[in-house]
Design a protein around this ligand. Structure first.
Ligand code: DMJ
Length: 584
């Protein structure tokens, strides 16, 4: 915090102003003494109050990164040889030039029309295949909230959460690739025009590094790879560069929050011991590797590779990754482990980093399968009636609760099953199918046939929310995401049937005249709308639904991985003539 803001700003009323000339010598001496005492106190406070290193590093980290034993910042370890940097740069440029034609060839083709044979109900495919849900969501946003981050569909006005600071247009950027994939080209062009003219990252405001990365950087990267329009590449790289100061911590583990103008970062005040969050600093990898590819700047890739170095040096309780890690000390905070909120997409990105590298990133692969094994041993349980769930782990004790967010794990495990070590492919596919079934149960056991934010397996209940503050549904995608992966890998029609059930529930209970809204209680007979159309509804929920009812060759998995916000990124194909690259 600038010192100026610590000083009183307004003058105290009713005090006579005293000119220095009106003081006598003794008064001047007393004043001098008081002033010296004040200065000593200020400096003393900085150096002697507890945890002053945190204060210093938070305030002054631009110039004085605190050295600790855990310091692994690439600034120090990788700056040794300029020649080496030059070689890496040249390699990146070469890779990028080679990658572009391959990406152009593999842009999704216009989707083929409905092919019967996968289910019984033509209406099902007809309704879900056509992007009419997207049209209603988009048209409503365009009509009532154009340029705002999100739409309030009931009160028909704009809405913004503080996750994006004063950046605008989250829904536009999050929706770009969905519009493109659904061939809504007039809408895509309007969105592109808005990005060109209005998307501005030069804002003096604090943003969530994670949210801005997955939605804005991810959205822009996908829009670039799909459409080839330069503006998206340029904006993605510009935003990536603005996020780099977040990594200026003693360990290189980034802050959760960053002021995009001043480059000053900090962590969420609620996070254990000033920690950064696993699912936040662990969900930058895919985008940052692509930013290096697209900019020719190795720094992005180095920053995220360094995160792994820090993690790999730490002891992991039972092989698990706690959700909290202090960026100053490089030590874990509370030993809480979750495959839902605070942990989820870290695991997803380990697997997808390996897949995106065309299976050359052996480190990511090992970290993923080791972590999954630890999760299976310590967190995965079966209920009395045989429902598999993933609980939360708190210092060795299990909380038998599973979040809606955790339901993405069915899709993740299915996606990784093929590469599973020790002939576990079949086993992992079974686990994925069981998680999909459990999450489907969490939907069917509600009045509105939409899933609660979290459901429990204790006190005689199974897959049901018992606490009022866990009964809401905010248009989240994770369950449909899992159906989509399970459909692609098994072609079992039940996944399309379950997707269709979700479509009906969304249409019946979330659709309002001004868009789609979340609901406050999925167990209530009639919906009480929360009046928010989340940007991820357009980026993820509707895209995964669309893909669930599309042919498998529409964005095929052997060419694309989806970032955690469902933005497709192309695989970086290995070049058989090249030696392994240091950057990857
Ligand atoms: C999305 O922004 C992303 O999927 C993120 O990883 C988790 N939460 C939301 C959707 O629920």
């Amino acid at each position: 915090m600038p010192v100026a803001t610590l000083l009183p700003f307004t003058a105290t009323p009713n005090r006579k102003s005293a000119s220095p000339t009106s003081f006598r010598l003794t008064e001047k001496f007393i004043l001098l003494l008081v002033f010296s005492a004040f200065i000593t106190l200020c400096f003393g406070a900085i150096f002697f109050l507890p945890d002053s290193s945190k204060l210093l590093s938070g305030v002054f980290f631009h110039s004085s990164a605190v050295e600790t034993n855990t310091r692994t910042s690439p600034d120090s370890s990788d700056s040794g040889s300029a020649a080496n940097d030059e070689r890496i740069l040249a390699k990146i440029r070469k890779d990028h030039e080679k990658a572009l034609p391959a990406i152009a060839q593999n842009r999704p083709q216009r989707p083929t029309h409905y092919r019967p044979g996968w289910g019984d109900d033509c209406i099902l495919s007809f309704i879900a295949y056509r992007p009419y849900m997207m049209k209603h969501a988009w048209d409503s946003y365009r009509r009532y909230a154009w340029g705002s981050n999100e739409l309030r569909p009931v009160s028909k006005q704009g809405h913004s959460s503080n996750l994006f600071g004063s950046i605008k247009g989250a829904t536009i950027v999050d929706a770009l690739d969905t519009l493109y994939i659904m061939e809504m080209f007039e809408e895509f062009d309007a969105a592109t025009d808005w990005v060109e003219k209005n998307l501005d990252f030069n804002v003096n405001a604090e943003v969530s590094v994670f949210e801005v990365n997955i939605r804005f950087v991810g959205g822009l990267l996908s829009a670039y790879y799909l459409s080839g329009k330069e503006v998206f590449r340029r904006k993605a790289v510009e935003l990536g560069e603005r996020l780099l100061p977040a990594f200026k911590t003693p360990t290189g583990i980034p802050w959760a929050l960053l002021n995009l103008k001043s480059g000053i970062g900090r962590n969420w005040p609620w996070a254990s011991g000033g920690s950064s969050i696993l699912a936040e600093y662990g969900t930058l990898h895919l985008e940052f590797i692509h930013l290096s590819k697209l900019s020719g700047n190795p720094e992005f890739a180095q920053k995220v590779m360094n995160i792994r170095k820090v993690l790999n040096r730490l002891d992991k309780p039972q092989g698990l990754y706690p959700n909290y890690l202090n960026p100053n000390s490089g030590q874990w905070g509370q030993h809480h482990v979750s495959v839902g909120g605070l942990g989820d997409s870290f695991y997803e990105y380990l697997l997808k980093a390996w897949l995106m590298s065309d299976k050359t990133d052996e480190e990511g692969k090992k970290m993923y399968y080791d972590a999954l094994q630890a999760i299976e041993t310590n967190l995965m349980r079966k209920s009395t009636s045989g429902l598999t769930y993933i609980a939360e782990w708190k210092g060795g004790l299990l909380e038998h609760k599973m979040g809606h967010l955790t339901c993405f794990a069915g899709g993740m495990i299915a996606l990784g099953a093929d590469g599973a070590p020790n002939e576990k492919t079949g086993h992992q596919m079974e686990v994925a199918a069981e998680i999909a079934r459990t999450c489907h149960e969490s939907y069917t056991r509600t009045a509105l046939k939409l899933g609660p934010e979290a459901f429990r397996f204790d006190g005689g209940v199974e897959a049901i929310a018992t606490r009022q503050n866990e009964k809401y549904f905010i248009l989240r995608p994770e369950v449909i995401e899992t159906y989509m992966y399970m459909w692609r890998f098994t072609h079992d029609p039940k996944y399309r049937e379950w997707g269709w059930e979700a479509v009906q529930a969304l249409e019946q209970h979330c659709k309002v005249e001004g868009g789609y809204s979340g609901v406050r209680d999925v167990y209530a007979a009639t919906p009480n709308h929360d009046d928010v159309q989340q940007s991820f509804y357009l980026a993820e929920t509707l895209k995964y639904l669309y893909l669930l009812f599309s042919d498998d060759d529409h964005l095929p998995f052997d060419h694309w991985v989806f970032n955690t916000e469902a933005h497709p990124l192309p695989l970086i194909k290995k070049d058989k003539t090249d030696r392994p690259s240091k950057v990857e």
